[in-house]
Design a protein around this ligand. Sequence first.
Ligand SMILES: [Zn+2]
Length: 425
Amino acid sequence: MFAQTPKELADIWESQHVSRILPSDVRHKDLKVYLEQLRSLGSNVAEVGLSVSGKEIYQIEFGNGPLKVFLWSQMHGDEPTATSSLIDLFAVFQKNREASWVTKIAESMTIRAVPMLNPDGADQYIRRNLQGLDINRDAIALKSPEAQLLKKLRDDWSPNIGFNLHNQNYLTAAGMTNRQAAMSFLVVYGDAAKTTNDGHERNKRLVSAMVQALEPFISGHMGRYDDEFTPTAFGDNFSLWGTPTILIETGGLEGRSEMFLVKMNFIAIATALKALSDGSEISFDPKIYEQLPRNASGRLMSVIFRNGTIIEGEIKDGRFRMLRETIADIGVNAERRRASFPVPMVVRRIGDLKAAAGLTEYDASDFRVIGRHQPLALGGFAEMLFYRKERQIDWNAMNLERDHPPDAIYSVGRWVLGEGVVPRK
Ligand SMILES: [Zn+2]
């Protein structure tokens, strides 16, 4: 069924990818370096517009066939994974121009891709553009130059298919499971009534092809994105305007680097393009897409400390006063940050978290837990001292950490003292 198997695509990516920086650390200046590499490989790269601050927005083109395929990434500045995948895709096309699967793609379609539509957001690692606008809610009002550009690129060319490339919360689960949705897909409707058409049905088969290709790598870690119609979003309006669009959302996968997810996107997109180029898309069963588990949120947390005895108290006259102790689970989530930045861990839940699952869990039942710099509280940083229960501690001590050295200290997402003392579950 696959002219080029997913395994072969993975091997090609491993040996030929040009993205070298973790996607969350890629700035606009890094993108420009990538694009120079593509140009030196023979890629057709054009500057097509400017961001609010005047940063160049680029479009890469490949092939000269009749089917028009349009992809764009990183309209949300802090959603970077697919930008690197697009760079790698066009690099692989250039490096394998003589390979039959690539010539087939080049003959059957013309591909245009805008990597990093929101360079200002990418450089600040924020969702919105420099005007504070969510470009993906600006498809109708068109107040941002980035949205105006995206609309113009579509309207001037009328592509037959669109790929809208994003990142979703890394704690999104694949259905009611404890598994992260590393990749989620949505065949986007063009209206609230969910009217279907040939392009929509074709896109379902394409997603099925992508899911099947990724199955050997991330089985159980794929989901279907919420399909509610958003009247101001681009994917929805692309579909409405006549460019049936597929939304691809990259999530997280514990223990895997961002580069692994770059590879997953590469395999998925290359698979879809190949299935379009050789007509094999017709053979894929739309049910694979339809039966994907729905994205679920609220269940997964980054870290859960189970059954700790929390020392509660208040700060009075600048000093901690213990009030009571309570046995509870502590749920902590990492905030989204660039890979090279320390990850702030924030306490998001305290209580009975049996219905939640941590990507990492610790059994704190033999320990008392106290906030390191201030009492543990929702919304506060997860800075925690752990003491074995058999120890006698004066919790109101002037300098607790010095007067009663803790058995373990958890700080900025890691054990800075006593790693392994609080056992993993
Ligand atoms: Zn997004």
